[in-house]
Write a protein that binds this ligand. Structure first.
Ligand SMILES: C[S@@+](CC[C@H](N)C(=O)[O-])C[C@H]1O[C@@H](n2cnc3c(N)ncnc32)[C@H](O)[C@@H]1O
Length: 273
């Protein structure tokens, strides 16, 4: 069974587009990864990303490269349905569990090269924080992208509360958090999140934007949003969530600027000029 298609839905998700699309169930329009997100900024931003992809990607058959795609896609089903998807992932178990790609390649996205101008879309979602050399991967994406093609990056914000904790805590703590706070019993098993993190400097949004400017990539969408871990915790672990929310309010007051330290993740869409 395709794990990217939700098998049940019990809550409404805004459905964008035509009247016909609005008549479809959320499970027929959105990937399970989106329906699994708690209501909040993360889901809002992913819906906005989906709207842009539907509007900007060319009509007809699409060539998509999911770099570090693992076994879960965050793309809208209407895009996946008309795409030939190539996944490159370094983890054998992730590749084995992938059920949505037409082609899977066991490899390292920092080194793997495709023919120039092959893809309409490169998506690298929840991956760049795991790479020791983000620049090498981004350069490979640029050369593999057609002119006018898009790069979608979803990544953690290193300057947020969750970013700082993830960056400076050991891997065993990440596994503990996934198991005991998120309730994911499989966390840390082969092919299962969390994966070891490096937080190369290019994961930071200002540096990523500077890289884009220097390499002929136009920024067409950028949003920092509250990490979905917060709404998840408010439901699963309300006391811990209240403590962290209190800490975040205090940090927001004391730190310079108007940033909310709960904005733990971002989406960026870049277009090759
Ligand atoms: C957190 S998972 C994200 C998977 C999927 N994109 C998602 O959002 O569910 C990170 C993925 O990156 C892969 N990965 C990490 N380093 C990699 C590398 N150098 N080359 C290819 N894949 C890599 C891991 O094996 C894992 O599947």
């Amino acid at each position: 069974m395709n794990k990217n298609v939700a098998t049940e839905f019990s809550y409404a998700v805004p459905v964008e587009g035509t009247d016909a699309r609005a008549l479809l169930s959320p499970a027929a329009v959105h990937p399970k990864s989106l329906l699994d997100l708690p209501s909040g900024e993360a889901r809002e931003s992913l819906l906005a990303v989906h709207g842009i992809l539907r509007a900007v990607l060319p009509p007809g058959k699409l060539e998509i490269y999911e770099a570090g795609g693992g076994s879960t896609s965050f793309l809208p089903l209407s895009v996946l349905d008309r795409a030939h998807v190539t996944v490159v992932d370094i983890d054998e178990d992730q590749i084995r569990n992938n059920d949505y790609a037409q082609q899977t390649i066991l490899g390292d996205i920092q080194r793997h090269r495709f023919e120039r101008e092959t893809f309409d879309l490169v998506i690298c979602y929840n991956v760049i924080e795991h790479l020791p050399d983000v620049e090498a991967a981004l350069l490979r994406f640029c050369e593999a992208l057609k002119q006018g093609g898009l790069i979608l990056i979803g990544a953690p914000n290193p300057k947020s509360l969750s970013g700082v904790v993830t960056k400076y805590s050991p891997h065993w703590f990440h596994v503990w958090f996934y198991r005991h706070v998120r309730g994911d019993k499989n966390a840390g098993l082969p092919g299962q999140a969390p994966f070891p993190t490096f937080f190369h400097p290019l994961v930071s949004l200002p540096r990523l934007e500077a890289f884009a400017r220097a390499h002929g990539l136009q920024l067409i969408y950028r949003r920092e949003y509250e990490s979905p871990r917060f709404p998840e915790m408010r439901t699963r672990k309300p006391v811990l969530a209240a403590l962290l929310d209190g800490f975040a309010v205090l940090a927001n007051l004391l730190l310079p600027g108007k940033a909310d330290v709960r904005r733990g993740d971002y989406h960026v869409i870049l277009r090759k000029r």
